[in-house]
Ligand binder design. Structure first.
Ligand SMILES: *Cc1c(COP(=O)(O)O)cnc(C)c1O
Length: 447
C-alpha cells in the first residue's frame, strides 16, 4: 500500500511510515493511492465469519505484505473481542451497534487496531514512542484504553478539567501503567493548542512524540471494515445498500468511502450532522465556510465546525483542500452530490427521534445515533428511495443517560466495561494552559 498526501507535496510513503508519523510533512493527510477490490463472491464468503475474521481477511489484502499473516490474525482477534450487533428496526432499516467495545464508543474500532499495529512495527525495530493527545472526552478514553499495557508506547492525555464528565475522566485516570492523564485548567482548545505546539517544538523532537487523532490513516482503515461486514451479513436482501453515518470529523464516513472503493455496492452515503452544517451547505452551494467557533449540540462528539477529514473526501473526488479549508482545486461536485447526501439535524429533532424510536420500536438510542437515523429519514423523505439502509449507533445510550431518560423515561443500563471504572482509584497530574510548563513536564517525564 502506497500513500500520498492530500496537499500533493510529499513523496509517497508506506503504511508503516504514515501510521507512525500521522501528519504528512506538507501538513496534508495521507490517503491510499489504491485499494484492493473485493468481488461479490469474496464478500459472500464473509457471511458466516465472525467480525475479527472478516477484519483479518480485509486487512491482509489492504496491508498486503506490510504485516505478516500470523501477527495480523492475532492482532485482529485480540482487538475485536466484542460483538457488532445489527439490530433490525423495520423491513428496510437496521442499526449497526458500534458501541460494544471497552469504552462503549465506535472509536474503539480504530483505536484498538491502530494501537496494536503501532506496537507491531515499533517492537520489530525496537523503538518506542509517546502518543500525545488532547481530548474533549471520547477520543482520550478510547485511545487510553486501546494503548493500555503496551510495551513500547506511552500515552499522555490532556483533558479540560471542567469539560469532561466524571465517567469520561475516570476512563482515563484509573488505568495507570503507561497511561498518564493531565487535567488542564482550561478549555479543550487550550489542550489542543499545547499538543500542537509540542509536536512542532524542535527541542522535543528526540522524545518521539506521535498523535492518535483522526488525521492518522491508522484510524481510518479499520473504520472501513464494518461497512463490508454489515453488507456481507445482510447480503440475502439487497443489490445495493445505503449507510447513514453520524458525523463530526468525518473519519467514520471516510471509512465508508474506502469500503465503497473496495467494492461494496453502496448506493448512497448519508453524512448526518448536527447543527454544525458546513458540509450539507457545501454540497448544496459548492461553497465551503467553516463554522468558528463550532456550535454546542447534544451530540457533543460531533461539534465540529471544520472537519479534518474533509480534505480526504475532496481528494477522492479530484480536488485539493488545505488544512485551513481553502479549496485550490475544485472536486467533481456532481459526482460528490451523486454519491453523498448530507443532512443537518437540529437538537429538537434529535430529541424527537430518540423519543419516537423508543416509542415505536422499543429501541434505545443516544443523541449521535439519533442524528444518524434522522438523516436517513430526511433522505428518504426527499428522494423517495427506500433501499435497505444501515444507520450507525456510535455510542452506548448509557454514556448520555440524562438525554435518553428525558425523552424515554428509561435509565439506560451501564455496560460492564463502564461499571468497572466507577470504584477505581484515580491518578492524574494538573497543569495550567502555559506551554513552557507543559514542555518542562514532558522533558522531565520522558527524558
Ligand atoms: C467521534 C464520534 C462521532 C463522530 O465521528 P467522526 O469520525 O469524527 O465523524 C460520532 N459519535 C460519537 C459517539 C463519537 O465519539
Amino acid at each position: 500500500m502506497k500513500l500520498y498526501s492530500t496537499n500533493l507535496n510529499t513523496p509517497e510513503v508506506s503504511f508503516q511510515e504514515a501510521l507512525i508519523t500521522g501528519l504528512a510533512p506538507d501538513r496534508g493527510l495521507y490517503m491510499p493511492k489504491s485499494l484492493p477490490g473485493f468481488s461479490k463472491e469474496e464478500i459472500d464468503s464473509f457471511k458466516d465469519a465472525p467480525y475479527p475474521e472478516i477484519a483479518y481477511r480485509v486487512l491482509s489484502k489492504v496491508l498486503e505484505g506490510e504485516v505478516d499473516d500470523e501477527s495480523l490474525k492475532a492482532i485482529t482477534y485480540d482487538a475485536y473481542d466484542y460483538d457488532v450487533p445489527l439490530e433490525q428496526v423495520d423491513e428496510q432499516t437496521y442499526i449497526m451497534r458500534l458501541d460494544r467495545g471497552p469504552t462503549a464508543s465506535f472509536k474503539d474500532f480504530a483505536a484498538r487496531m491502530m494501537a496494536r499495529l503501532m506496537q507491531y512495527y515499533l517492537s520489530k525495530e525496537n523503538r518506542s514512542l509517546t502518543i500525545l493527545t488532547a481530548t474533549s472526552g471520547d477520543t482520550g478514553s478510547a485511545v487510553a484504553d486501546a494503548f493500555y499495557g503496551l510495551d513500547n508506547i506511552k500515552v499522555i492525555v490532556l483533558f479540560p478539567t471542567d469539560e469532561v464528565s466524571d465517567r469520561q475522566r475516570k476512563q482515563m485516570t484509573t488505568l495507570g501503567k503507561n497511561i498518564t492523564a493531565i487535567s488542564i485548567d482550561g478549555k479543550f482548545d487550550d489542550c489542543q493548542a499545547m499538543v500542537k505546539q509540542a509536536f512542532a517544538d524542535e527541542d522535543l523532537k528526540h522524545l518521539n512524540l506521535s498523535s492518535a487523532n483522526s488525521i492518522n490513516i491508522g484510524r481510518l482503515v479499520p473504520q472501513s471494515i464494518y461497512y463490508i461486514y454489515a453488507y456481507a451479513k445482510l447480503r440475502d436482501y439487497p443489490e445495493e445498500i445505503i449507510y447513514s453515518i453520524p458525523s463530526g470529523n468525518f473519519g467514520n464516513m471516510m471509512g465508508c468511502v474506502l469500503a465503497r472503493t473496495m467494492g461494496v455496492p453502496i448506493k448512497k452515503i448519508i453524512a448526518s450532522v448536527n447543527e454544525n452544517n458546513e458540509v450539507p451547505t457545501f454540497l448544496t452551494t459548492g461553497k465551503y465556510d467553516k463554522i468558528v467557533p463550532s456550535k454546542n449540540c447534544l451530540s457533543n462528539a460531533m461539534n465540529v465546525g471544520h472537519p479534518s477529514n474533509l480534505a480526504r473526501l475532496i481528494a477522492v473526488y479530484g480536488g485539493v483542500m488545505d488544512e485551513q479549508g481553502n479549496i485550490s482545486k475544485e472536486p467533481d461536485m456532481d459526482k460528490l452530490r451523486n454519491d453523498i447526501y448530507s443532512s443537518s439535524v437540529t437538537d429538537d429533532e434529535t430529541k424527537a427521534t430518540i423519543k419516537e424510536i423508543y416509542e415505536t420500536y422499543n429501541i434505545l438510542i443516544e443523541p449521535h445515533g439519533a442524528v444518524g437515523i434522522k438523516g436517513l429519514l430526511d433522505f428518504r423523505a426527499q428522494s423517495g428511495d427506500n433501499t435497505l439502509a444501515v444507520t450507525l449507533e456510535t455510542a452506548d445510550p448509557a454514556k448520555f443517560p440524562e438525554h435518553v431518560k428525558a425523552q424515554t423515561g428509561v435509565e439506560p443500563e451501564l455496560p460492564e466495561s463502564l461499571k468497572k471504572v466507577e470504584s477505581k482509584d484515580e491518578f492524574m497530574d494538573y497543569l495550567g494552559t502555559e506551554y513552557p510548563a507543559f514542555k518542562k513536564y514532558l522533558q522531565e517525564k520522558l527524558e
